[in-house]
Design a binder for this molecule. Structure first.
Ligand code: AMP
Length: 382
C-alpha cells in the first residue's frame, strides 16, 4: 500500500491528533462527522453526514483504504456495514462490547478481570432490587452512550433511588441502565495498550489519572506502582486484546484499592490518558494506532523521562506559562470555548520526578491552577 488513506469515523481532537501523527508517514485522511465544524477538519478533509446513512458510508468507503474511529459511539451496525467493504480496526465486535457497560463487564468477569459489583436495571422495581444486591453507595449509569461522567447518578443512600430514577429512568427503555458499587479507590490507573494486525502487543508505562466531576483533569506517567501490580494490569489488558482480536490502541481504566485492581471500563480508541505519549514516549499512541491499523511494525513504547498531562476544559489558558518551561508542550484543539468541553491540553516532560514536580508547581501558580496540579505533584513527591 503506498500512501494509503485512513478513514476516521468521528472528527474531534483524537482524529486531529491522529492526522498530525500520520503526516510523517505520508498518510492521507478522510474524516467523517455529524458536525461541520469538527476540529479535525482543520487538518483533514471532512465528510459531514449521519453515521447511519448508507449513501454517505458508501461514498466514504470508496475513498479510503482502512477505517478506524475517534469516537466509540458510532453505531455498531454502521461499523459492521463498513467492514463488509473496507478493513475496519478495531473490529466491530470489539467496538460493540466496549459500547455496552454490561457486555464489557461480563467479558471482564469471563477473563478473570475483577470488576465492582453490578446489576442491570430496566425498571423502577429492578432498581430497588439492584440497590439491595449491590448495596449503597453506588452509581446508576446508562449502559450505552455515557462518557466523561455523563449519564451517571451517584446514589448515596437508598433514599436517593427515586431521584436517580427520575434522572436516568427515561433512558432505561432505550439504552438500559446498570448499577455499580461505588469504589472508594485510592488511585485511578489506566493501561494504554496497542495490538498490531500480527498480534504483537505492547503497553506504555502505567498512567495515574485524576478526574474532576467525572472528566479527566491530569495524567501522570509512569505511575508509581509496584511491579507486580503493573504486571497484573498489563496481563488484564493483554487477555482483553487477545479475546477481542483487537487491532489498534485501547485504554483499560482501573480503580486501585488496597493493592487490588478493579476494571472500570475499556475505551476502544486512542485515549485522553495517553496524550502524554506524544512527547513523553518514543512512539506516541497516535502513531502506534496508525501503524497497527495499517499493519506496519509497532514503535517502541518506552518512556522518555517523566510526563504529566493537564487537560484544559471549557477554555484555553494562556500558553506562555507552559511554553516558557523546558519540556513544556502545548496542544490547542482549535475548538470554540464551551463549558465542560475539552479544548486542549499541555504536557510537561522532565528527566526526574523532582524536576517535573517543580515545573508543575510553576505552571499551577502562573495559571492559578494549583488545585489541578496538586495531585500529580503530591504523587511525584510521595
Ligand atoms: P466512567 O464514565 O465510567 O469512566 O466514569 C468517570 C469517572 O467517574 C471515573 O473515572 C471515576 O472517577 C468515577 N467513577 C465511575 N464509576 C465509579 C465507581 N463505580 N466507583 C467510584 N468512582 C467511579
Amino acid at each position: 500500500m503506498t500512501r494509503p488513506t485512513v478513514g476516521i469515523l468521528g472528527g474531534g481532537q483524537l482524529a486531529r491528533m491522529l492526522a498530525l501523527a500520520g503526516a510523517p508517514l505520508g498518510l492521507r485522511f478522510l474524516v467523517m462527522d455529524t458536525a461541520s465544524d469538527a476540529c479535525a477538519s482543520q487538518f483533514a478533509p471532512l465528510r459531514v453526514g449521519d453515521y447511519r446513512d448508507e449513501a454517505v458510508l458508501a461514498e466514504f468507503a470508496a475513498k479510503i483504504d482502512v477505517a478506524t474511529f475517534d469516537f466509540e459511539n458510532v453505531p455498531a451496525e454502521s461499523a459492521e456495514w463498513l467492514s463488509a467493504r473496507v478493513p475496519v480496526f478495531p473490529n466491530p465486535r470489539a467496538l460493540a462490547v466496549a459500547q455496552d457497560r454490561l457486555a464489557e463487564k461480563t467479558l471482564f468477569r469471563e477473563l478473570d478481570i475483577p470488576v465492582p459489583a453490578f446489576a442491570t436495571v430496566d425498571t423502577r422495581e429492578e432498581l430497588d432490587r439492584a440497590l439491595a444486591s449491590v448495596g449503597v453507595p453506588c452509581i446508576l449509569k446508562t449502559r450505552r452512550l455515557g462518557y466523561d461522567g455523563k449519564g451517571q447518578f451517584r446514589i448515596r443512600s437508598a433514599g436517593d433511588a427515586e431521584a436517580a430514577w427520575q434522572a436516568l429512568g427515561p433512558q432505561a427503555a432505550g439504552v438500559g441502565l446498570i448499577v455499580e458499587a461505588f469504589v472508594p479507590f485510592e488511585r485511578e490507573l489506566s493501561v494504554v495498550a496497542v495490538r498490531g494486525r500480527d498480534g504483537e502487543f505492547r503497553t506504555w508505562p502505567l498512567t495515574a489519572n485524576w478526574h474532576v466531576d467525572g472528566v479527566l483533569s491530569a495524567s501522570l506517567a509512569p505511575a508509581r506502582v509496584d511491579a507486580e501490580l503493573a504486571a497484573t494490569a498489563v496481563a488484564h489488558a493483554r487477555r482483553l486484546a487477545e479475546r477481542l482480536d483487537y487491532v489498534g490502541v485501547f485504554a483499560l481504566e482501573l480503580f486501585c484499592r488496597g493493592g487490588e485492581l478493579l476494571a472500570n471500563e475499556m475505551a476502544p480508541r486512542v485515549h485522553n490518558s495517553g496524550h502524554w505519549t506524544i512527547e513523553g514516549a518514543e512512539t506516541s499512541q497516535f502513531q502506534n494506532h496508525l501503524r497497527a491499523v495499517l499493519g506496519l511494525p509497532l514503535g517502541s513504547t518506552a518512556m522518555r523521562g517523566h510526563a504529566c498531562m493537564l487537560n484544559w476544559i471549557g477554555q484555553m489558558p494562556d500558553p506562555a506559562a507552559v511554553l516558557g518551561q523546558a519540556g513544556g508542550h502545548w496542544h490547542d484543539y482549535g475548538k470554540e470555548p464551551r463549558a465542560g468541553r475539552k479544548v486542549g491540553h499541555a504536557t510537561l516532560r522532565a528527566d526526574t520526578p523532582g524536576a517535573l514536580a517543580e515545573a508543575l508547581e510553576r505552571v499551577g501558580r502562573a495559571l492559578d491552577r494549583d488545585a489541578q496540579v496538586a495531585p500529580p505533584v503530591a504523587a511525584l513527591r510521595d
